[in-house]
Design a protein around this ligand. Structure first.
Ligand SMILES: Nc1ncnc2c1ncn2[C@@H]1O[C@H](COP(=O)(O)OP(=O)(O)O)[C@@H](O)[C@H]1O
Ligand SMILES: [Mg+2]
Length: 315
């Protein structure tokens, strides 16, 4: 029965009983006799109880819908409110679920667009850093070298320092360019790129062990980039937030696909809210139909796991 008819018939029943009592032969004495009072109070209580039960049952699906709406998260898609209750509630819940379908699809397409724009922009900046700034600094380095050969003795030290600084700047630029655009991914493939990443993050009291299987099933190019970026953000977080001295980067085949694990022995995630980094990981995972989980590691620290099913649509 629809919510309208439930509420209407409850109200109607109460009013009809009241009217029938007014018109009917029933009388109440003044002062009221105990027996009469008992009947009136009992009748009223019964009516109120039925009213409360019917409304509670009828409105429960709406309360459940409210909870589902409050906890909906487009980055963890797939959860839908259960369609139940009277017609109006069921229609509302179905409409909400359809709206979620639409929003999730839109979010995925716009995220794909944004991420591919971001990747190509990184590509461009990396190329410019490498080609423009890198070339200029290389030219400066050569000039300094010529200068050093002809400089009088008292200036040679200073020119040497300038050479050092320029060389450091050049290294830094190459490092930034490499981080912006994982060229190794294109040149050497995912396995070597991940091993290089582990080596790159092994510094300043952090040791990153890598266990990257060489015999992985071939992954689509887009998926490889997602794996690389998730590993990169996972290790960046380990280095930046976890206080860990050991981390592990693992990529291995599993029953239904491939799994990436970034594990550290640090302080653990705690109750801190997820930021743009973790949000970005989730978004990239969604793009290739992968599942990202962040949970406490078995002993201490954090496990970031990316499970890529190989049947899932990959771009
Ligand atoms: N491996 C980790 N160990 C401990 N805390 C972490 C780890 N990874 C993430 N966090 C916590 O989660 C927060 C959100 O991370 P993230 O979304 O990457 O944002 P950001 O790195 O920009 O702060 C971090 O600020 C940090 O407090
Ligand atoms: Mg981060």
């Amino acid at each position: 029965m629809s919510l309208f008819w439930r509420i209407f018939s409850l109200n109607a029943a109460g009013l009809i009983v009241a009217a029938a009592l007014l018109l009917g032969p029933v009388t109440v004495s003044t002062p009221v006799l105990p027996g009469e009072a008992l009947v009136v109070v009992g009748g009223l209580a019964a009516l109120l109880a039925v009213n409360a039960v019917v409304l509670r049952v009828g409105l429960a699906p709406l309360a459940a819908l409210g909870r589902a709406m409050a906890t909906a998260d487009l980055l963890r898609p797939g959860t839908r409110a259960e369609v139940a209750g009277p017609a109006e509630a069921a229609t509302l819940i179905t409409t909400y679920n359809t709206m979620l379908d639409r929003l999730e699809t839109e979010r995925t397409t716009s995220a794909a667009r944004a991420l591919s724009a971001q990747e190509s922009e990184r590509h461009r900046i990396a190329r410019e850093l490498h080609d423009e700034v890198g070339q200029t600094l290389t030219a400066v380095l050569l000039q300094l070298k010529r200068l050093a050969d002809r400089a009088p003795d008292e200036l040679r030290d200073e020119v040497g320092h300038a050479q050092e600084a320029t060389r450091a700047g050049l290294d830094e630029i190459r490092r930034i360019a490499r981080r912006l655009r994982p060229g190794v991914l294109e040149e050497l493939g995912l396995v070597s790129a991940l091993r290089a990443l582990a080596t790159e993050f092994t510094a300043h009291g952090l040791t990153v062990r890598h266990d990257v299987h060489g015999d992985l099933p071939p992954l689509p190019q887009g998926t490889e980039l997602v794996v690389y970026r998730v590993a990169q953000e996972g290790l960046t977080n380990t280095a930046r937030h976890s206080g860990a001295d050991r981390a592990e980067l693992r990529l291995e085949p599993v029953a239904d696909g491939v799994e990436l694990l970034v594990r550290d022995n640090g302080t653990g995630l705690g109750a801190r809210p997820e930021g743009a980094g973790i949000g970005g990981m989730r978004e990239r995972a969604l793009l290739v139909g992968a599942v990202l989980t962040l949970e406490p590691a078995p002993e201490q620290g954090t496990d970031v796991r990316l499970r890529i099913p190989l049947t899932a649509g990959s771009r």
